[in-house]
Design a protein around this ligand. Structure first.
Ligand SMILES: Cc1ncc(COP(=O)(O)O)c(C=O)c1O
Length: 503
């Protein structure tokens, strides 16, 4: 083990967060008309500032001014993160070598709503509100009575939901005077989002990209470089964690867990460098709730209520971003949708993993988090959904899964790409490989509705486009895609290395 980041000492100098419990009166305005496609929220031609809009207009779609923290409404709070050495709950100051102070506070806060900084709202305005689209042509293709809607995050500069958290993470770091930020990336979506955000604030960005996607997605690397970032394949020989992995397996395809170890190691060793994570942590999920907050308003505007909400899960952030605000509404008794996470059969942390304290990275440098895990040294097979190749699930999602607030299923990649092709040929958009899992699960549900005759409203998280993932489509179209088996035996070997925590 390369040594815990928590052995670094540092003192926090944190200003109190400003919280506000009212959400509705804090929304800025953007006015969107509903197009024939129920395409709410993006058509730039319809954008008009709030001032010009009637406050009673039912179709007013606005950028939310606060993020929502589900923890505040949970009857049982999630278990704390533990120090890997002492197994005692981590203190905020333990995390300060890695993260900006405000982000640490957001990580542990019980406040229900957190104000979004003005400058962040302004940058969100480059692509938000994102569209909520009714997939009428897919419904027709499937001949289903279900009504299918998708919330499309692919309109952001990087092409996915990831800038929703990259921008505030970099903003808080910039406020603190941080000059260098490091991170990992799986699919390249997170790395490019962070590179984009860093370019806005003049901060140096260095990214460890999982080898499998570094090789298969050269354009993601070029996007990061265009936004000014330095990109390394992971495992790399630049870090102790990477070198150790390369010794064991010189042709390792890498994994998110290894790439996290490399970035964390660099941040822990350099006082002028902080680390940002693209998923898993509470503050990341928090920032993504902008998706669900917006979507609630959009669904209200068209008089729809979801019966089923579906999203893919890697570390869980796009799923949480859409689902958590709806879970708040469910907990308050207003609606009662089923909440369904979809993961790859090759990396089934929720459906097959153990709910236990484990490290967030392969080398064991992060705090211990209670989550569904396949074991921190489990290296998933190189499926095309690089962003879903993570051994663990967000602790907050794991917790509510244990509480029975949601369900999960795993789907193999060929079925996912079959669904993506149906989606592309009916709706036009070419999805990123990750949300093909949500599409496949949506198609299953819609076909089930066809059998039962139920006209359910299905809401799906379409978290990114696949314009730089076309080699995966080529594989599928040429009939060369295979379903990669999940090895229970390999998981058991990895789980044997999960630390024993007496709770
Ligand atoms: C487009 C896209 N969707 C989903 C994910 C999975 O991450 P999360 O579960 O945090 O949304 C990724 C991760 O890289 C991604 O790039």
């Amino acid at each position: 083990m390369a040594g815990s980041i928590l052995s670094a000492t540092s003192h926090l100098n944190i200003s109190p967060l400003k919280f506000n419990h009212t959400v509705d009166d804090k929304w800025t305005g953007r006015y969107m008309q509903k197009s024939k496609l129920f395409h709410l929220g993006h058509s730039a031609g319809y954008r008009v500032r709030a001032k010009a809009m009637s406050s009673t207009d039912a179709k007013a779609i606005q950028i939310p001014r606060q993020w929502y923290n589900l923890v505040a409404d949970l009857p049982i709070k999630p278990p704390p993160f533990l120090h890997p050495g002492t197994h005692q709950p981590v203190k905020p100051e333990d995390l300060s070598p890695l993260f900006a102070d405000e982000l640490i506070l957001q990580e542990v806060t019980n406040e229900r709503y957190i104000d979004i900084p003005e400058e962040v709202v302004d940058i969100y305005g480059l692509w938000r509100p994102t569209p909520l689209i009714r997939a009428k042509r897919l419904e027709k293709l499937l001949d289903t009575p279900a009504r299918i809607y998708y919330k499309y995050e692919g309109v952001s500069p990087a092409g996915s939901h990831k800038p929703n958290t990259a921008v505030p993470q970099v903003w808080y770091n910039a406020q603190q005077g941080v000059k260098n930020i490091v991170t990992e990336t799986g699919a390249g979506q997170w790395g490019s989002s962070l590179a984009f955000a860093c370019s806005l604030f003049g901060i140096n960005c260095e990214v460890w990209q999982v080898r499998a996607s570094y090789d298969s997605k050269p354009y993601r690397k070029l996007m990061m470089q265009t936004w000014g970032a330095k990109v390394h394949p992971s495992p790399s020989s630049l870090t102790e964690s990477g070198r150790r992995m390369l010794q064991t397996d010189p042709s390792s395809p890498g994994s998110l867990g290894i790439a996290i170890s490399e970035a964390v190691e660099i941040a822990a060793q350099n006082a002028d460098t902080k680390y940002c994570l693209g998923s898993v942590l509470n503050h990341v999920l928090l920032h993504q709730t902008i998706i669900g907050e917006e979507c609630i308003k959009q669904m209200e505007a068209i008089g729809e209520t979801p019966d089923v909400i579906i999203g893919c899960t890697g570390g869980g952030s796009n799923f949480a971003g859409l689902a958590f605000p709806f879970i708040r509404e469910k907990l308050s008794g207003k609606i009662n949708p089923l909440i369904r996470a979809v993961e790859p059969t090759a990396c089934p942390s929720l459906t097959k993993g153990r709910y236990a304290y484990d490290y967030g990275d392969t080398a064991g440098m992060t705090p211990l988090m209670k989550m569904h895990t396949l074991g921190h040294d489990f290296i998933p097979d190189p499926i095309h959904s690089g962003g879903l190749r993570y051994h663990g699930m967000a602790p907050l999602i794991s917790h509510i899964y244990e509480l029975g607030f949601m369900e999960a299923l795993a789907i193999p990649q060929i079925e996912c790409f079959r669904g993506a092709i149906q989606f592309a040929r009916s709706e036009g958009l070419i999805p990123a490989p990750e949300p093909t899992h949500a599409i496949a699960a949506t198609i299953r549900e819609a076909l089930h509705c066809k059998e039962t005759g139920e006209a359910k409203v299905i809401l799906m998280a379409m978290c990114g486009h696949g314009h730089f993932d076309l080699p995966a489509y080529e594989k599928y179209l040429q009939g060369n895609m295979v379903d990669l088996d999940f090895s229970d035996e390999r998981m058991q070997t990895s789980l044997a290395d999960v630390p024993k925590v007496v709770s």
